[in-house]
Design a protein around this ligand. Structure first.
Ligand code: ACO
Length: 435
């Protein structure tokens, strides 16, 4: 743990004379944190924080978010600079190893990824067990979970070499597994990875190429995909990352942990939002329907949310959304695509940013508001949106898992609860339970 300052906070239970002095922990950036570990042992009380909005579950050196200012840093570097000047492989090295690579390190890293992109040939047979109309996220969860059945040689979580090989296997194989989930759903042959291609290029190649024809990946699309991967690479202790850490805290193997993360990402409140945004825009359909839809969103009785808006941490514009919006315009104009859904999205954003409901609740576009429109323009089917998010986020999950495994203070994650059920009572035989 870094920099514990000799500052304390005293917590007292009024009227009892009981109190405890708790240390404050300071990070390099962001608010200080009260270390409550002594609280239960001293005062016999827990803290209550459903949804964990006021709780730091770990210390981490990987990603920093200032939700009020709309700042996102990977290992200290602003996301805007990385999206503009870097590439996904470099960002993967940064997240996993803490620093941007020099030429030699970049080459080595790329080599390690490239030489793990194939999956065990028997994994192909796994796909046949799924229905063709299965959601690709269901297939992804299943196949990634099954990886631990194939790579026994890298499952010792206490061995740094095993952890490293597993990390490369996951980063490298996810695009192959994801692309095959898509190919399976459309009944086309699986395409094997091509070592001469870059990471994003390879992903697009395996999704779009077919064996009888040569396929050249459009460099504009490869660059846009690379940027989308960078923007989704990590986001500190979000739901899926916390799921990975919680699963990992039990000593589960990394493949099982990442499969758990994928399952957690799937929900529409998290990674499933990009798919939900597109369904929402398609349902709204025309500009004339935008205003009535926005009224529906504001009517709480309707339980309709403006998908792609709002965030647990960002109470300002999500910096990734800004880059996405710009990339969206670039991609659409370069491809000559005129998508009416973009006009709908722009109208909705304009209304939301000047409407009291959204302003007072600090609801701004998040990363998913524009990503669906870009992916659609790139010819990617809606059901693959969250799958691509999972591919991008794998490096974040793996980096966070590795950081946790290297932390000597790491313990099993085990939240407590406020029990509100029946008090202790005696068993009643069935005949005595009444009608
Ligand atoms: N549309 C309309 N109202 C909203 C929205 C929205 N998208 N998001 C939040 N609100 C309202 C809630 O109704 C609530 O109102 P209330 O105070 O009157 O009860 C208030 O804003 C706070 O909302 P919570 O759900 O308590 O906020 P929380 O931090 O728990 O949720 C979340 C954040 C899940 C992202 C939420 O904003 C949401 O559901 N957004 C839509 C789904 C989405 O885009 N998810 C992607 C998130 S980014 C990512 O995971 C990559």
């Amino acid at each position: 743990m870094d920099a514990i300052q000799p500052e304390t906070v005293t917590v007292a239970i009024e009227g009892t004379g009981q109190n405890v002095s708790l240390p404050m922990i300071r990070g390099t950036l962001g608010p200080s944190v009260i270390d409550i570990r002594k609280l239960y042992g001293t005062l016999d009380v827990f803290t209550f924080d459903p949804g964990y909005s006021g709780t730091a579950s770990c210390d981490s050196k990987i990603t920093y978010i200032d939700g009020d200012k709309g700042i996102l840093l990977y290992r200290g570097y602003p996301i805007e600079q990385l999206a503009e000047h870097s590439n996904y492989m470099e960002v993967c090295h940064l997240l996993l190893n803490g620093e941007l690579p020099n030429h030699k390190q970049a080459e080595e890293f790329h080599h390690n990824v490239v030489y793990h992109t194939m999956v065990h040939e028997q994994i192909r047979s796994f796909y046949n067990g799924f229905r063709r109309d299965a959601h690709p996220m269901a297939v992804l969860c299943g196949v990634v979970g099954a990886l631990s059945a194939f790579y026994h040689d890298s499952l010792d979580i206490n061995n740094p070499d095993h952890r490293r090989v597993s990390a490369f296997r996951l980063i490298a194989k996810l695009p192959t597994i994801a692309a095959w989930a898509y190919k399976y759903s459309i009944g086309q042959p699986f395409m094997y990875p091509q070592n001469k291609l870059g990471y994003a290029e390879n992903l697009l190649y395996m999704m779009n190429a077919v064996p009888p024809e040569a396929y050249v990946v459009n460099p504009i699309l490869a660059r846009a995909m690379d940027r989308i991967l960078i923007l989704h690479a990590d986001h500190e202790q979000n739901a899926s990352t916390s799921t990975v850490r919680l699963a990992g805290s039990t000593g589960a193997n990394p493949f099982a942990c990442i499969a758990a993360g994928i399952a957690s990402l799937w929900g529409p409140a998290h990674g499933g939002a990009n798919e939900a945004v597109l369904h929402m825009l398609e349902e709204v359909g025309t500009v004339a329907n935008v205003k009535p839809f926005m009224e529906k969103v504001k009517d709480r009785a309707n339980h309709t949310r403006l998908m792609g808006f709002g965030h647990r941490v960002y109470k300002n514009y999500d910096p990734r959304a800004k880059i996405m919006q710009q990339t969206c315009h670039e991609v659409l104009s370069e491809l000559g695509v005129n998508d009416p859904l973009l006009e709908l999205a722009t109208q909705m954003e304009r209304i939301a940013l000047s409407d009291e409901y959204f302003i007072s609740k600090k609801l701004y576009p998040n990363v998913d508001f524009y990503s669906g429109i870009i992916l659609k323009a790139m010819g990617i089917p809606t059901s693959m949106f969250t799958v691509l998010f999972a591919v991008a986020r794998t490096i974040g999950w793996v980096s966070q898992w590795q950081e946790m495994m290297e932390d000597p203070a790491q313990r099993i994650g085990r939240p407590r609860q406020v029990y509100t059920g029946a008090p202790m009572r005696d068993y009643v035989p069935v005949d005595a339970r009444g009608a």
